[in-house]
Design a protein around this ligand. Sequence first.
Ligand SMILES: [Fe+2]
Length: 315
Amino acid sequence: MTARTQTGGPGLTTTEVPFIEEARSRGQLYVEQPYELYTQENQQTWRRLYARIRPRWQRYANQQFLEGIDRLGLPPDRIPELAEINRFLSPLTGFRARAVSGYVPAFVFFDSLRRRTFPTTITIRNPGKLDYLPEPDIFHDLAGHVPMHTDAAFAETLVRFGECAHTAAELAAGTRDANDTLARLTSIVRAMARFFWFTVEFGLMRSKTSGKNGICAYGSGLLSSHGELLHSIESTEVERRALRLEEVIQQPFWIDRYQSLLFVAESFEQVYEMVGTLESWMRAGKLDQVAAGEPSVSQDDLKSFLVPAGEAATA
Ligand SMILES: [Fe+2]
């Protein structure tokens, strides 16, 4: 399969891909994965990322993630094709990875999860930026997120997030005054984004069997970052608090630095139940005025909740 790679040009390097820019300018969200465009350098980036982080997975990742890597047959030596990952993934939880051209507006993203489709970035970071890039790339999405989607409890949690997004859209549609709608929706989307961030992206979990000092990582932002995975569990500069919904929804976060505060869940079942609580708080108006601050909620994100669900899903 490595023979099917280009030898020169930008290949599919993050922010340098005309093919992606063209798809975006046409408003095309879902794309194919043009595997032959990956260069030898792109393939080498995957190999380096995988080889560096593998020992840290063994040490700090949760058990379901480690099993997920095996169950998917995630290759260490080349960028995977989404189709081959899906052949193993779909029979397990119904989830599948689907290539996208870049940023997915919040509602569309959550709605995809409800349909067990994971919008997946197909570009890979520049080899000069192995340690950090602000946008997701295929290593973050396929090696950080997708192994978790092999676990039934985790997969159901993602679906539940998608249902919550529908409830948010429903509530927005039911609010008469346009200003009220936007203020309320901004707060709800911010609360959802914070909860998703501190669980699916940067969650820690208690564990007797994996991790260190009784704590392991399950958040994809940690599991795809060689440096932050170690930092999240070993550093004395990180405050690790028990996961509490009332705290998480009020807690701003910044994406351009290692997290100094992380939340530790007891189990995936706890996170799943908490998404249900989030939804009931949403309906009760308890998310209408969460603390201002990061993340900012973009106009595109807000708009995505205001178009009818059927339309958004096919966008
Ligand atoms: Fe992510």
